[in-house]
Design a protein around this ligand. Structure first.
Ligand SMILES: Nc1nc(=O)c2c([nH]1)NC[C@@H]1CN(c3ccc(C(=O)N[C@@H](CCC(=O)O)C(=O)O)cc3)C=[N+]21
Length: 300
């Protein structure tokens, strides 16, 4: 019998694309500084002492340093009040050296996310989480000041890998405010025909199998199997799920929402985890912070 070689997807290297974007951002920051003497500033507010949040915040600071963004950090205890957080946000809203404000999520349970995200000036909301920015994203002809970093990074990966979006069928798995919903809106803006599948969808694989593009953002390890995928489709895997692995130095390793081993034999292109969307999220945050400083100082 003839053994056919497995088709093999192109791996979309998010780490490499993120590096390119960070370099582009660095060049622009230097050009702005030379021309008008302005250095972009990013304020990060971290409440509580979750290890994962501390790691993310540390990585963001490092990334800022590398491109020439000045970072400001506020650490508040787990039992801080909503009022205290909002007071810090208000101070940063009024501080002309700060062009971007990010409140690290998740917040402690006693806080209401909406009250806090509402307090961030929509012109400094580099996360794109303010309800007005999300609402504007959903409307035709009404651009938000900022697009959320993770979905923006997904789109950038599709664009920079030459994946055509216009007229294609796209399926987003997951409907969160910070990834699934804005990702679906961005795909729609890019002229795809978009479906969203979620935890209450019956037979999601029947829908995903029709997709030319899949963005998976549910947080369920290896949910999307090879059989869910149309041959040749482009797969963007947003999931970052820790699974126990005694052999790995941290005692766990990260896997996506997509079963990479199966999917990479069917798909036309696919992002790995780690090294896919994750690094893009930080690159987009830097890019949003630069854009904010440019807009505030009317620098082109
Ligand atoms: N206000 C707010 N804004 C955020 O953007 C935000 C947040 N809160 N809370 C948590 C999530 C998660 N997030 C990630 C950023 C980078 C990687 C990343 O760089 N991951 C690498 C490394 C993963 C590793 O090895 O630990 C990768 O996937 O290759 C992952 C996840 C931003 N978030």
């Amino acid at each position: 019998a003839t053994v056919l070689a497995d088709a093999s997807a192109k791996i979309i290297d998010g780490k490499l694309v993120a590096k390119q974007i960070r370099e582009e951002v660095g060049v622009e920051i230097a050009r702005m500084k030379d021309a008008i003497g302005v250095v972009p500033g990013l304020a990060v507010i971290l409440v509580g002492s979750r290890k994962d949040s501390q790691t993310y915040v540390r990585n963001k600071k490092k990334a800022c340093d590398a491109v020439g963004i000045k970072s400001y950090e506020v650490n508040l205890p787990e039992d801080a009040s909503e009022y205290e957080v909002i007071k810090h946000i208000a101070t940063f809203n009024d501080d002309p050296s700060v062009h971007g404000i990010l409140v690290q999520l998740p917040l402690p349970h006693h806080m209401n996310d909406e009250n806090i995200l509402n307090a961030v000036s929509i012109e400094k909301d580099v996360d794109g989480f303010h309800p007005v920015n999300i609402g504007r994203l959903a409307m035709q002809g009404r651009d938000p000041f900022f697009v959320p970093c993770t979905p923006k990074g997904c789109m950038e990966l599709l664009h920079r890998s030459g994946v055509e979006i216009k007229g294609k069928r796209a399926v987003v798995i997951g409907r969160s405010n910070i990834v699934g919903t804005p990702a679906a809106l961005l795909l729609q803006k890019a002229n795809a025909t978009v479906s969203i599948v979620h935890s209450k969808t019956k037979n999601p694989e029947e829908i995903t199998r029709q997709a030319d593009i899949i963005i998976a953002a549910v947080g369920v390890a290896n949910l999307v199997r090879g059989s869910w995928i149309k041959p040749g489709a482009a797969i963007i895997d947003v999931g970052i799920n820790p699974v126990d692995d005694p052999a790995s130095p941290r005692g766990y390793r990260l896997v996506g929402d997509v079963c990479f081993e199966e999917a990479s034999k069917v798909a036309g292109a696919i992002t790995p985890v780690p090294g896919g969307v994750g690094p893009m999220t930080i690159a987009m945050l830097l890019s949003n912070t630069l854009d904010s400083a440019k807009r505030i100082h009317k620098f082109k």
